[in-house]
Each structure stands twice: as structure tokens, then as C-alpha cells.
Design a protein. Sequence first.
Lengths: 302, 353
Amino acid sequence: MDTEVLVAGFLAAAVRVATPLVLAATGETITERSGVINLGLEGTMLAGALAATLGATAWGPWSGVACAIVAGMLLAAVFALLAVGARADQIITGTAITLAAFGLTGTIYRQAYGSGGAGLTIPTLKSLAIPGLSQIPVLGSALFDQPAPTYLALLAMPIVWWVLFRTRLGLALRATGEGAAMARAAGVRTNLIRSGATVVGGGFAGLAGASLVLAQVGSFTEGMTAGRGYVAIAIVVLGRWHPGGIALGALLFGVATALQFLLQTLGLDAPYQLFLMLPYLLTLFALAGAVGRVRAPADLGR
Amino acid sequence: MKALGWAVAAVTLGLAVLFAGLKGAGFDAEAGLGALWLGAFGSWDAFTSSTLVRAVPLILIGLGISVAFRGGALNIGAEGQFYAGAIAATWVGLHLAGRPAPIAIGALLLAAAIAGLCWVAVPVWLKLRFGVIEVISTLLLNFVAVSLVSFMVQGPLQERGRIYPQSEAIAETARLPLLPGSRLHAGFVLAVAGGLVLWFLFAKTLWGFRLRVVGMGPRAAEVSGRIDSQRVSAMALLLSGAIAGLAGGVEVSGVSYALFQNLSPGYGFTGIAVALLGGLHPLGVVIAGILFGALEAGAGAMQRDAGVPAVAVYVVEAVVIIVALLATVPRGGGWTGLRAVVRKRIAPGKAAG
């Protein structure tokens, strides 16, 4: 019984860590399938997190979610204007967007809450147990007794898969990513597709930021995404640009992160920093194993 | 000359955005920009002890990044390489008491450069062996490096009292000499000399030529010039990592004299901006590094004296990068492309995907 509780808690923590990553990586998959790599994801998540904090404080948690999505889409639109419209280098534009978001969120946060805003409490999204499903031993509480963003992520997975692989729009989007020139010759409005995919991806990143603040951490701190946006991009590669693979990749990262809580509970006396490194090293390791057998969209980054 | 014009335009626009943003957010924008200026250039002491001291790591990292970018390798991991260099430099610096200064400093800086090189050797290997793109691998290793520093200053390298998360101070002889009456250290000379050496390498040697060819088009380089572009790219990444590691060593040996967490306030990322603003030209990077050093030195003064959050300057840096980027976008892009988007009048086939 005791082990069951421990394992259930471990899995629930892994899913909680994985949720924002799944959301951000799902959005980035849409973007990358159209041939755009958005390194501004880190900053977009951060902007989403702050927008969620401000929105939730003013009008409640669900307005926070809406604000985060809008903020993510706005920032992604700026990226699209520069990287798709003006054809500026995507990697560098993304870095600049992240830098700008870092500065903007820090400034706005201090303006809104003063420099001592750390003790800030905001209305959060509480766990919602799904009747029946949450009663399944071990797995039930991990997957079906979570705050709403986890269910949104579970829902987004099949929908995004269906749109990408079973609709004309998805075909046009993937064609744009594989060969923009040919897609254009076939009558696809590639710049529109790419901008659209980028903005939708930004919306997902904003939602991921909201999930981080409202369903995981419970407050905003400067630079709180701490590299999660970049990790999401690595997970897209790890998940082979496929919604299902991404969920697995994010879960791997979640498990590696949750491992440190578990081992601390077990009282294992190892330096905690080694566990902080573990998710990143594991992702790197998995990339080395996974990448050789897959191919990125041919026109990615061009 | 044209590049200089763009750089001035970029910085002016960046500051204008900052001014408007601060005004809009209800800060005292005039006082903020005034404090920024005074903190960066207001006195000889501000210029040498703040601006130039802050510029040294930015110049060095910017130089390292420009080597990689010129060779077509996107090194986003300078932050990690900087930390690797700082760890090695501290470790060596703690064991050098009593050695003559030139040997001590030389050993420390060499260790730092080697550590940076080793840190980037992992992504190089992953790229050559498994095809993992360096953008992702160098980035992921940044987080590993940050945790490694945290481990070091609370573990093997922690000060003797075992209270503070920092190392003991390195040996006196391993410290870089200072300009009398200021905190400016000899690392500045090293950074400028590095710029000159790289300029010579880029402009006057076969290696520099190959690097440029590969950066412009690896396939063309292989077909027409019989250049092994993978090898050239790998060399560029390794050199770039070594320079970023050296920057970490210089910071320890010239400024902090010890290792602690958050030794770098994001130098590895700002260095990308410096490299780009400098047009990947070594001498341009030196100037851009001083400029960004001034911005960051001024940012501290802005927060202290005018109550404006220092992080606001990141917005200026972002605007500067974007303008510099748009200035260098190839045909069909840049402002023409942007205008085309705004007017929604993109002729099919013209704006090539």
C-alpha cells in the first residue's frame, strides 16, 4: 500500500511537470511542421505565465488562461512578422524575442507588484478528479486527478494529430514544411500557412505558461520558465514531430524531474544538483538515440 | 560605414523603445535614461570600472560566437562553456599559491579555455556521430553547467567555512593585473588582442576563407572547393567553445576571484547579440561589446538611482538585435519583405520560402 501511494504520487508529479511541456511542444510541432523553428518559445511561455498571473489576479483563473493564450499569440505574431514576413533568420529572431520577453515581463511584473511581489498569492486552477477514471489504481490519480490544463493537453494531442495528418489544411501545412517552393507552385499560400502555424504555436506556448503558473507553481517569478521552452523544442525533436511521440518525450522529462522528489523522499543522500541535471542529460541522450532514424521537415528553418 | 549607420540606428531605436515603454508603464523615463548614461559614461571611473569591465566577457563571448556563426555552426551554449571555463579556472587558481604570476595566470587561462573546449566537444561529437543539431545540444548543456556550478560551490569547491555557496578566493598570483585606480583588469587588453587575432585569421588566412565558404553554403564548399565542411564546422565550434571558456577564466581571474552561482548574468545569451550587432566582424564585436557593456553597466545605475528595473535593458538589446538582423537579411527580405507583408502584397514566387 505504501509503495502504491509513493508510485502514484511520483507519476502524478511526472504528469504535472510534463503538462506545460506537452502543451508547448504540441504547439511547436505545428509551427515546425510548417517549416518554422521558433526559439522564441521560451520567451512566449514566460509572457504567457505573466499574462496568466495578471489575468487571474484581476478576473479569476480562467481569464488568466485566456490572457496567456492571447499574449502568446501576440508575441508569436511579432516573430512571424519578422521571421516569415521579413525572412529574418529564425534562430536569431527567436533568441531576440526571448530576450525581449525576459525584459518586458521583468519590467511589467515589478511595475505591477513592486520588487517584493514574491509572496503573491493568485487564484489557481484546482485539481479536477474525473469521476470513475480517477478511481483506477495508480494511473487514475496520475492522469485523471489533475488541474484542467492536463486534460487540455490530453485533448489537444488527438486533435492536432488529426488536423496535421488527416485534413487538407494539415497536408498543405506539412507540404509547406517539406518544400515551400513546390507547395507554393501547387497553390498553397505558404507565408499565410507559416504565419498561422506560428501564431497557433504561440497560443499553445502561452497556454503552457498559464499551466505553469496556475496549475503547477502557483505564483510568478522573473524568468520562471527556466529553460522549459527550450526543453519543449528538444522534445519536439525527440518526439519526431509527432503529437504522440511528444507526449512520450515530455513524460520522459517529467519522470526524470519527478525522480528527484522521489529519491529525496526515500532519503537517498546524493547531491540534489545531480538530479537537476538529469532531465537535461537524459533528453540529450535520448536525442542521440532518436535523431539518427528520423528526419526533420526538409525546409525547417529556411 | 553602412554597417556603422545601421548600428547607430539600431541603438537609437532601442533606446527610443525603452523610453516610450518606461513612459507608458509610468516610470520616470527621463531620470532612467539619465541614470543609464551617467552609469555608463558619466565619469572615468564609471567608464573603466563598470562599462569596460562588463564589456570584457561580452567581447570574448561575442568573438567566440562569431567564429561559430561564421562557420555555419549555431553555438547557443556559450553560457555553459563560460561556466565550464570558470569552474576549471577556479580549481586551478586555488592551487597556484607561490607560483610566479605569468605562469599562474597562464595556467589558469589555459585551463579555462580547455574546459570550454571540452564542454563544446560533447555537442560536436553528438553532431558528427548522431546528427543531433548543435542548437539544441549546446543549449541543453547550459542547464547542466548551471547545476554543475551549484554543485561545485556547495561541494568540492566550497569555501572552508562551508556556509556560503561560493569558493575560496583564488591565489593572489593568479589574478590579472588592474589598471591603477580602477577595477579594469588586463582581460580587456586580451579581449581587444583577441579581436585583432581573429580579424587576421578571418581576413588573411586560408582557414578563415574556408570558414566563410562553409558558413555561406556547406554543399557548395564541398562540391566546388573540396572543403570538408563538417570538419570546418566542428573546428569552428571547438574554437568558439574555447574562447567562451576563456571568458569564464578571465572573469574569475580579473573580477570575481572566486566561483559562485550566477557568476554570469546571461553573458552567453547577450554575447549572441554582441556578435550579431558586430556583424560577426571581430573588430565590430569589440565595439558592440563595449556598447552592450555600457548598456548593462548603465542598467545597474538606472535601477539604483531611478528605480527603473535593470531587466528593462533586455528590451533594448532585443530591439538592437532585430534591427541589426533586418539590416543584414539577404535580397527579398529585410524592410522590403516587411513592407510587403504589411501591405499584404506578396507576389507568389518572389518572396522565396
